[in-house]
Design a protein around this ligand. Sequence first.
Ligand SMILES: *Cc1c(COP(=O)(O)O)cnc(C)c1O
Length: 455
Amino acid sequence: MDRSIFFLDQDKMPTHWYNIQADLPEPLPPPLHPGTKQPVGPADLAPLFPMEIIKQEVSQERYIEIPDEVQAIYRTWRPTALHRAYRLEKALDTPAKIFYKFEGTSPPGSHKPNTAVAQAYYNKKEGVKRLTTETGAGQWGSSLAFACNLFGLELKVYMVKVSYNQKPYRRMMMETWGAKCVPSPSPDTKAGRDVLAEDPDCPGSLGIAISEAIEDAATSKDTHYSLGSVLNHVLLHQTIIGQESMLQMEMAGYYPDIIIGCVGGGSNFGGMFLPFIKDKISGKKRDLRIINVEPTSCPTLTKGLYAYDFGDAAGMTPLLKMFTLGHGFMPPPVHAGGLRYHGMAPIICHLHKLGLVEAQAVPQVATFAAGVQFARTEGYISAPETNHAIRVTIDEALKCKETGQSKVILLAHSGHGHFDMAAYESYLTGKLTDYAYPEEKVKEALASLPEVTTA
Ligand SMILES: *Cc1c(COP(=O)(O)O)cnc(C)c1O
């Protein structure tokens, strides 16, 4: 029998998250206070995050225990399955062996509840009553809505306006789980009002929505802020994906040669590859290739500058050392809303700078061509974000066909695309277009990077 799915039993689910900070060849550059330009301390972050999460952000412990309550909720849908893509391999006529770890079976349909549940848990434990957050395509907002509901927390979500209009069912999901969702820029915050005064038709961006959510949390009682990607603790929580995958690849009898994933802020892919990159750093698997895939219209790793920048558009967050297109950069309204972010997880940027991971940018239409080919072979309809990773997976498998090499490819499949059918229709009817790399706008945005002379 050709086994198509590698199931990990629930009693084999990892009980600890893996913290890459314990194994980095060089330490991460610290986040800086936007005023003093000195490294931020726990006191600077305490108004926004619970102490447990602040500790995780800087922890050097290799393994951090997943609280029992969080493990219990993970078991609602975890471990997720590792699939072998036999029909895709056959359609491509490739000797490559393609595996994909499918995060689309969580209740909200992506990897994002892996951290949402943990963040809601730590906030609840600290006595917080309400959370605020931003969301792009709505995956993060709906994941945090799902998690907050389980812990009895109130939630307000600032959803990027272009996605709010494109994806009404995501809003309805959030409301079903009891959250409140408004389009961003909104008139509810000063950050939103400032943007609307300049451009009433602004389509919004993750950067603006983050500014709104932070302002709300900082100025409201018993309220904390929650971020769905980028930060170290988010990638930490997502390592459940990679750790399960390691066990499942072992069940399959293979170790990947190439790991491929899409990156918006870097959380799903970081969660997948960090447990594996440990083997690359230690020399056990030196030639492992790790490919981060991003849109050509928002090419953070491939065209950005490695510099200190704000995580949000209004300049309220600490300064993070990352590849950035400039916090003022407004990415074109591609369907992959989760990839429309000017920055990238500092952990991934650091690894990229050290030459331990690669990056590739792909144009929108080609990603949907890949997503449709995947749907017509493997059956699953993937999120537009995930389609970026599928594109490069197919490209690498086709290269194997040319060279005759039967490489083992592991694809991080971040979620399903059931609420993105309008985007698929646009592709299927030939209406979908590419956005050129907005070079001038990036140049403009990069000109206004904050000055940092101390680091
Ligand atoms: C949010 C999202 C992404 C991008 O975010 P990362 O933090 O880079 O993982 C990718 N895929 C899906 C399905 C998402 O919901």
